[in-house]
Design a protein around this ligand. Structure first.
Ligand code: MN
Ligand code: MN
Length: 289
């Protein structure tokens, strides 16, 4: 079957909004992108790629057809200013949380995440997997730029409850400020040296048993595995590192997003990986039920 002939929703999302326990929505937004635009095309490309897989996964021993999960479609943000986009993302997330459902967002660029976080209580923890520390207070005169994500999240969640893994890129001043404010991060070189399990245990100890929101900027993964991203950065994590991270924290998760896939620079492999990771998160949530 031609990919164009597959349904437009994420594979196996066959449950109604009302009956679903997990709600997926797309945020096709890339207006603050600094290097390569195109992330707004990602939600639909990732949905298309999702039809590639068998419904059953031998790793999780779970068949996705058993998940009560709904694809809400994309929210209409394409031409919005960042503040308006953030508000719309917050509103849909609040609606999902009010109905005690688990939100999964697919970007779009990373600038969407603070909108999601604003809908959560302030006492959650946030785990960000990202090649970039995203700790600028402002970038190109825009405080909701995708380079300022962690800074904006820290406006809502105490910085002591934020952890960033896989970092390997920042401005010097940005790093100094992150250190000064006590941001917990582990760079990709240390993860490589220590091993991912040790890193995850250290991170768990730091975040204690808090509920965790996981934001996955797919550029945390090495460009050899995930080349189709807006701002590629060599010396990244492996796909297995990310798998282990999701499995390790899945019992604590309260929400998830996957951002920064950039289809114009992808031959399909990054979208396929993204779709697989979204499926993995859902499967792991069910494995913990
Ligand atoms: Mn980012
Ligand atoms: Mn990044």
């Amino acid at each position: 079957m031609n990919p164009m002939d597959f349904p437009k929703y994420f594979a196996d999302a066959e449950t109604s909004f009302k009956d679903a326990e997990i709600i997926l929505f797309g945020v096709p937004y890339d207006k603050t992108t600094s290097f390569r635009p195109g992330a707004s095309k990602a939600p639909d490309k990732i949905r298309e790629a999702s039809w590639n897989f068998e419904t059953y996964n031998i790793r999780t021993n779970f068949d996705l057809r058993e998940a009560k999960f709904h694809d809400y479609g994309n929210i209409d943000v394409k031409n919005d200013k960042p503040e308006i986009m953030i508000k719309k993302v917050k509103d849909i997330t609040s609606r999902i949380l009010n109905e005690k459902k688990f939100p999964i967002a697919i970007g779009g660029e990373h600038s969407i995440t603070p909108g999601i976080i604003q809908a959560f209580p302030k006492d959650i923890a946030v785990l960000s997997l990202d090649a970039h520390i995203d700790f600028r207070d402002e970038y190109e005169k825009e405080s909701f730029n995708h380079a300022c994500v962690i800074r904006r999240i820290a406006d809502h969640v105490n910085i002591k409850n934020i952890a960033v893994l896989g970092v390997r890129s920042a401005e010097k001043e940005e790093f100094i400020e992150a250190k000064k404010q006590g941001l917990f991060y582990v760079d990709s070189y240390e993860i490589r040296k220590e091993g991912i399990q040790k890193t995850l245990e250290k991170t768990k100890q730091y975040l204690k048993n808090k509920k965790i929101y996981l934001t996955l900027d797919i550029d945390v993964i090495d460009p050899s595995f995930a080349p189709g991203v807006s701002t590629p950065e060599p010396f990244g994590l492996t796909t297995f590192d990310v798998l282990e991270c999701i499995e390790f924290f899945s019992s604590q998760l309260v929400g998830f997003d996957l951002v920064e896939v950039c289809p114009p620079y992808d031959h399909g492999e990054t979208s396929v990986l993204a779709a697989k990771i979204v499926r993995l998160v859902i499967e792991n949530i069910y494995s913990n039920k």
